[in-house]
Design a protein around this ligand. Structure first.
Ligand SMILES: CC(=O)N[C@H]1[C@@H](OP(=O)(O)OP(=O)(O)OC[C@H]2O[C@@H](n3ccc(=O)[nH]c3=O)[C@H](O)[C@@H]2O)O[C@H](CO)[C@@H](O)[C@@H]1O
Ligand SMILES: C=C(OP(=O)(O)O)C(=O)O
Length: 423
């Protein structure tokens, strides 16, 4: 897929942030361990990742009603089975979360290998560790990971590093395990909190001690429930940065402030003095103190700091900032490939990269060009740069951005901006 973008127009209007990809896709997997019907409201049904996960689950017997208009999912998964499928090539990362439901329903799981963005090392050994610690046998086949076990048995899971996916997998498996599981060095992000809230609504017994210890007492019956997916902090940041770059006038609704305090603080420090109320941000060019973005230095790492998924948007701010800015990414040091493509959309050499570090020597101006996406957030950064450049640009492989931005064309259109996505 490619986006054809006639840039240079000023965005004006209102944009409503959607349910978070990095929560919704986890809740969908967790919904399949319920014994009743689960309703997920505010579900970003247009996301490429959501569609793939829904397709996989339907292929193995889950009944899922998708209400695209109201963004609601209804999930009944008592007939879900572990069956051999012709295709196991799914471009999504969190396939490993689909194991728990299959183990519960049929004592074995066939899991597509984790896909997701190519942003450096993205191992899955800790997921195997989770399943094995909880008593299952795991074999890595050619096309899929085979997990076998009549049920999970509670155990002690100790993570050697902070892992979002590992913590999520451990929580979902432990919720249906026989006995008690302790998760040590759990990494509790806002999306993980959303998952814990959801599992509790289904009747899970989960105790969180301090900031990284979780005790889960497994139960054999989980009731149906209704849950609103949390709003997407990465998307909220994306729209604000777009407003700054394009000198737009934008009202951003559904901003999950409590999950993005530090990222927003950095914007304030750069002189981006946006207005806010309890759940919205308003940005107009007058909000830019001194009419410019000030240069900055920051590091991406663990929550509550700036997460790596937000890195490319700070690079965009560095491009337009006055003077040199530095962005370090300690979590995914190789997440810099998009920067070479982004440079093609700038009128002079501004971006320098080395592993784990991006330096911008701004200000630069965005110019039209033809670029290729390398990863989800990098792809969105290219789209934003192209939207700011006068003339026609082409962003190839834009399906990467569509993995994370629900109804992108519709939202841009609400801001008076048209882009054409060619399949
Ligand atoms: C801690 C962190 O920043 N997590 C990010 C990570 O989540 P994601 O869930 O993909 O990754 P994890 O948090 O699980 O992994 C963090 C690190 O641990 C490594 N690892 C993970 C699992 C495993 O079995 N073996 C292993 O070696 C990964 O390669 C990675 O370097 O990418 C997502 C998409 O960009 C982000 O939304 C998350 O904020
Ligand atoms: C890289 C991302 O997602 P995934 O882990 O699904 O590849 C992201 O959300 O920025």
């Amino acid at each position: 897929m490619r986006a054809i973008i006639k840039g240079g127009k000023t965005p004006e209007g209102k944009v409503n942030v959607s349910g978070a990809k990095n929560s919704a896709t986890r809740l969908l997997a967790a919904a399949c361990i319920s014994d009743g019907e689960v309703v997920l409201n505010n579900f970003p049904t247009h996301l490429v990742d959501a569609k793939h996960k829904i397709r996989f689950l339907q292929n193995i017997g889950a009944e899922i009603d998708v209400d695209d208009k109201n963004e609601i999912l209804k999930i009944r998964s008592s007939d879900l089975k572990c069956q051999l499928l012709e295709e196991y090539d799914y471009p999504i990362r969190t396939t490993y979360l689909l194991a728990a439901a299959q183990i519960k329903r049929s004592g074995e799981a066939k899991i597509p290998y984790p896909g997701g963005c190519k942003i450096g090392s993205r191992g899955y050994d800790l997921h195997i560790m989770v399943w094995e610690t909880l008593g299952c046998k795991v074999t890595e086949k050619n096309d899929y990971i085979h997990v076998v076990g009549n049920n999970f048995t509670g155990g002690k899971i100790k993570f050697p590093i902070s892992t979002v996916g590992g913590t999520e997998n451990a929580l979902i498996c432990a919720a249906i395990a026989v006995g008690t599981t302790e998760i040590i060095n759990a990494y509790i992000t806002p999306e993980v909190e959303d998952l814990i809230d959801f599992l509790r609504r289904m009747g899970s017994n989960i105790e969180v001690n301090g900031s990284s210890n979780i005790i889960v007492k497994g139960v054999d019956y989980l009731k149906g429930t209704i849950k609103n997916v949390m709003f997407d902090r990465i998307e909220a940041l994306t729209w604000l940065v777009y407003g700054v770059l394009a000198k737009g006038t934008i009202l951003i609704n559904n901003v999950p402030f409590e999950s993005m305090e530090v990222p927003l603080l950095h914007l304030k420090k750069m002189g981006i003095d946006f207005l806010q109320n309890s759940n919205s941000i308003y940005f107009s060019p007058e909000c830019l103190k001194n009419e410019q973005v000030e240069s900055f230095e920051l590091a991406c790492g663990a929550h509550p700091g700036i997460i790596s998924d937000m890195q490319s948007f700070y690079t965009l701010l560095g491009v337009v900032a006055q003077g040199d800015s530095r962005i370090f990414d300690y979590r995914y040091p190789k997440r810099i490939a998009y920067a070479d493509e982004l440079q093609k959309l700038i009128d002079k050499p501004v971006i320098e990269t080395e592993e784990g570090k991006i330096t911008t020597r701004g200000p630069g101006n965005f110019i039209a060009g033809k670029v290729t996406s390398t990863d989800l957030r990098g792809s969105m950064a290219l789209v934003m740069a192209a939207l700011c450049a006068e003339g026609e640009s082409v962003v190839e492989d834009v399906e990467m951005a569509l993995r994370g931005y629900n109804n992108l064309e519709g939202k841009l259109s609400a801001l008076g901006i048209d882009i054409e996505i060619q399949k």
